[in-house]
Design a protein. Structure first.
Length: 134
């Protein structure tokens, strides 16, 4: 009486539609040839990671104290986290384009900061900076 049907999915790379809004729909029919359709919401295609516009500290920057100004600016809304010297990551901001914070370091010397920006589509980008405190 009933037959299982396979869905036909048209496959293409999402990057083909980068930055565009695409729509999707479903059409279902039964044995009596009744059909119904459902139009989905538009989805904006985003396969590109955020780009860092500004990052402070600069590579090999030297600070005269234990206080370091962290400033990060990205090109699209997202979450920005950072980790210093391999410690657990800390959130700088979420749903933001930029943020800044003054960080106090425990000891003088060379340091490494790793910064990750993740957009709402889940794309992420990383950048690292080495710097020194006295």
């Amino acid at each position: 009486i009933g037959e299982n049907q396979q869905c036909k999915i048209v496959s293409t790379s999402p990057s083909t539609y980068e930055g565009q809004t695409v729509s999707y729909y479903f059409t279902v029919s039964d044995l009596f040839f009744s059909q119904t359709s459902k139009i989905g919401k538009g989805i904006k295609i985003d396969t590109m990671p955020p780009t860092f516009n500004t990052v402070t500290p600069a590579e090999n920057q030297v600070f005269d104290s234990a206080y370091v100004d962290l400033h990060v600016e990205i090109n699209e809304l997202g979450e920005i986290i950072y980790a210093i010297d391999g410690e657990s990551p800390k959130k700088l901001c979420s749903k933001c384009l930029s943020n800044e914070k003054t960080i106090r370091l425990k000891y003088p010397g060379m340091h490494l900061i790793e910064i990750t920006a993740t957009d709402f589509a889940g794309n992420s980008a990383d950048i690292t900076r080495h710097f020194e405190t006295n």
